[in-house]
Design a protein around this ligand. Structure first.
Ligand code: FAD
Length: 322
C-alpha cells in the first residue's frame, strides 16, 4: 500500500497535477454521503488528464473519473483507488460559427447560458441539470426533449496518454446510457448547435428551469432521479412511487422527497450512503411486489472495493449508468 501511495504522489509531481489525501465522497457528491478516498487527483488541462490516466494505468493503479458527483452514490467504506476530479478541468469555451468546443470539467448549466447568449440553440432544455459536461456526455444527460448526445459532433477521449477525437456518430447515445466504456476518460467535446434568437433561447431555458423548480426539490441534497422510468410504461417512476404512498418515507438519514417521489434526499451532518441504499432497495422491492416492475438505478452506485484491472473496472460500479 505504501508503495502505491508514493507512486501516485510521484506521478502527480512529475505531471504537475494536484494530488490530495484525506478527502471523502461526502464532500464531493451532491448526496453528501460516502467514505474516504485514497487519492484525489485534479488535472487542469486535457493533456494533463490524458497523461495522468496513462501513467496510472502503466503503474497498475485503479482510478475513476468524477465530475460534480451529482449522479453518484458512493458507499460509506474507504475507497482504495484514485478519484480523478474532473471538475477543475474547466478550460475555455470556444465558439466558432455554430460549433462549440468545451472541456469535460466545464459546468453544463454555465455552458447552456454561454451558448444561449451567443444565439445557439440545442441544449437550452439542459440548463437546470447540475454537473459537468463530461458527466453529461458519459450518461447522455437529458431533459425537456434535449439530450446532449444529439448535438455532439466529436468527443475528445484519452488514448495512450494523448487527446484523441472520436466522432459523435460512432457513439451510441441511449436513454441515460452511452457506449463509452469504463476506463475511457472523456476530455471534452465539440457540439454543433443551431443559430436562433438569443431572447427566444433564453425564454425556453427559463421555462424549462421554472418547470423544474415547480416539480423537483431545490436546495435539497439529492442526485436527481434515483431510478430510470420503466421502458414500456406510460407512467413515470416518480408517479408509481408516489401512488404507493411512499413520499416522505424515511430510513435514518435518507428520505423519499415529499416534492418528487423519484428523488431520495439526505439530511444531517453524518448522513449515510447505507441509509439511501436501504431506502432505494425498499422502494424497488415494493414496486416489484406490487407492480411487477423491476426498477433500474439511474444513479450510479460506487462500491469501495479496489478495481482488479486498472482502466477497466473502476472499483465495482455496480449498476453501470443504469
Ligand atoms: C437536482 C438534480 C437534478 C438532476 N436532473 C437531471 C436531469 O434532468 N437529467 C439528467 O440526465 N440528469 C439529471 N441529474 C443527474 C446529473 O446531474 C447528471 O447525470 C449530470 O450529467 C452528471 O454530471 P456530473 O459531472 O455530476 O457527473 P458525476 O456524477 O460526477 O459522474 C457521473 C458518471 O459520469 C462519469 N464521468 C464524469 N466525468 C467523466 C469524464 N470526464 N470522463 C469519463 N467519465 C466521466 C463518472 O465516472 C460517473 O460514472 C440531476 C441531478 C440532480 C442533483
Amino acid at each position: 500500500m505504501r508503495d502505491e501511495l508514493e507512486l501516485v504522489q510521484d506521478i502527480a509531481d512529475r505531471l504537475g497535477v494536484r494530488a490530495e489525501r484525506g478527502r471523502r465522497f461526502a464532500e464531493l457528491t451532491s448526496l453528501r454521503v460516502g467514505g474516504a478516498i485514497d487519492w484525489v487527483i485534479s488535472p487542469e488541462t486535457e493533456e494533463q488528464a490524458a497523461a495522468t490516466v496513462y501513467e496510472l494505468d502503466q503503474a497498475g493503479i485503479g482510478w475513476r473519473p468524477l465530475g460534480s458527483g451529482s449522479n453518484v452514490l458512493a458507499d460509506d467504506q474507504d475507497h482504495h483507488y484514485v478519484v480523478l476530479n474532473m471538475s477543475e478541468m474547466k478550460g475555455e469555451v470556444l465558439i466558432e460559427g455554430d460549433r462549440v468546443s468545451v472541456s469535460a470539467g466545464y459546468s453544463l448549466p454555465r455552458l447552456c447560458i454561454d451558448v444561449a447568449r451567443a444565439g445557439l440553440s440545442g441544449i437550452e432544455g439542459l440548463g437546470g441539470i447540475p454537473g459537468t459536461v463530461g458527466g453529461a456526455l458519459w450518461m447522455n444527460a437529458g431533459a425537456f426533449d434535449h439530450e446532449i448526445g444529439t448535438v455532439t459532433e466529436t468527443v475528445r477521449v484519452a488514448r495512450d496518454g494523448k487527446v484523441t477525437e472520436v466522432p459523435g456518430e460512432s457513439i451510441q447515445w441511449n436513454y441515460r446510457h452511452t457506449s463509452f466504456k469504463d476506463g475511457e476518460l472523456l476530455l471534452g467535446a465539440t457540439l454543433r448547435l443551431t443559430p436562433d434568437d438569443p431572447e427566444q433561447i433564453k425564454a425556453r431555458m427559463d421555462d424549462a428551469k421554472s418547470r423544474r423548480l415547480a416539480s423537483q426539490p431545490h436546495g435539497a441534497r439529492s442526485a436527481g432521479c434515483f431510478f430510470k422510468n420503466p421502458p414500456a410504461g406510460t407512467i413515470g417512476t416518480g408517479k408509481i412511487i408516489d401512488e404507493m404512498g411512499m413520499k416522505g418515507q424515511r430510513r435514518g438519514s435518507a428520505i423519499v422527497s415529499p416534492v418528487h417521489a423519484n428523488f431520495i434526499v439526505t439530511e444531517g451532518e453524518n448522513a449515510r450512503a447505507e441509509d439511501a441504499l436501504a431506502l432505494a432497495e425498499e422502494i424497488r422491492e415494493r414496486v416489484r411486489r406490487e407492480q411487477g416492475i423491476e426498477l433500474e438505478y439511474e444513479v450510479e452506485l460506487w462500491r469501495s472495493n479496489t478495481p482488479e484491472t486498472p482502466g477497466e473496472d473502476k472499483g465495482g460500479k455496480e449498476e453501470q449508468q443504469s
